[in-house]
Design a protein. Structure first.
Lengths: 117, 202
């Protein structure tokens, strides 16, 4: 929503019952320090990911990598892309595409017996 | 919506919508959702063909994990600078916005430069586009991503020029945020590529 919208309405003596304007993604409650903290965590996770190349994690190798990848993915989407603080419709739009892609291509890979090899 | 509200919207160049949310932003998220399908197809194609090396080198023979790790870190940090640019734009800090957008573009250019170097090194090691199915699917996937980053850099530089001239119509913060969403998406695609393609061996 235009940050001036309510102010202008208030000045003009009008009230709002249904806001048919949009909300620019401003001031989502995270400070710059918060963003730096998120970036630090992402950097540490990346370092851990790279360490799997040098250190033998045994059977935990694959699950650990996939979990770390997912955590990084969700953190960027939630905090840097503000999806956590934004309208749920945006989350629906994005995650629908993502889940559809994962489903379709998992099925395609299964068809080619990828997971058995 | 009242006439007064419509007038105010026009005054501030805000796009009205019956859903109460920004159509531009909705469109961007829809676009990013569809991009998941594009990259999903390219990644799964690579996963299928990564073992088909023919007479060419295997992934473990050509991949330089330390180098790619640094590139990944650079791109990851560009997401931080991008979000700082959006934050500066929100505070109407044009100088900060310009600075962070420029840093983001530079980090992106560093990443693309690294990718060009990587491709050149792979080529010299015998991995061409047509060498094997592994080569074709690898270059297609990472090439598509590189093109996305390059388009992002062009948009960032254009944005720097436009911000400096104060020519962005409507909400400046939202315009920068839209480019930011695209940039972060390019970053999350690389998060997936780095793990699935580089770190998980064939």
């Amino acid at each position: 929503m235009d940050r001036y919208f309510y102010t202008h309405l208030s000045n003009s003596g009008l009230t709002v019952t249904n806001t048919a304007t949009h909300t620019p993604n401003t001031g989502h409650g995270m400070s710059n320090a918060g963003y730096v903290r998120i970036a630090l965590i992402l950097g540490i996770i990346t370092a851990l990911e790279v360490s799997t190349y040098y250190v033998d994690f045994g059977p935990l190798f694959l699950p650990a990598l996939l979990i770390m990848m997912s955590i990084k993915f969700v953190m960027v989407v939630s905090y840097f892309m503000h999806l956590k603080f934004d309208n749920k419709l945006f989350s629906m739009m994005f995650y629908s595409g993502l889940i559809l892609a994962i489903g379709v291509y998992s099925a395609a890979l299964a068809t080619f017996k990828f997971f058995l090899s | 919506m009242t006439d007064a509200a419509v007038h105010n919207d026009a005054e501030h160049n805000v796009h009205a919508s019956s859903s109460g949310i920004s159509n531009v932003k909705l469109g961007m998220w829809l676009f990013l959702g569809s991009e998941c399908l594009l990259f999903g197809g390219l990644i799964s194609t690579y996963m299928l063909y990564r073992g088909r090396v023919g007479q060419g080198p295997t992934p473990s023979q050509v991949f330089d994990i330390p180098f790619t790790s640094v590139s990944s870190f650079v791109l990851l940090m560009s997401s931080l600078t991008m979000v700082l640019a959006v934050s500066s734009a929100t505070k109407k800090d044009d100088r900060g916005t310009t600075l962070w957008l420029t840093v983001t573009a530079l980090l992106g250019a560093t990443f693309v430069g690294g990718q060009v170097y990587e491709f050149t090194a792979f080529k010299s090691e015998g991995l061409g586009f047509g060498t094997s199915l592994f080569g074709s699917s690898f270059y297609t996937l990472t090439g598509f991503h590189g093109v996305h980053v390059t388009v992002g850099i062009i948009m960032l530089m254009a944005l720097v020029g436009v911000v400096q001239r104060g020519e962005i119509p409507g909400s400046k913060a939202e315009t920068i945020e839209m480019i930011g969403l695209y940039w972060h998406f390019v970053d999350i695609v690389w998060i997936v590529i780095f793990t699935l393609i580089y770190l998980i061996p064939v």
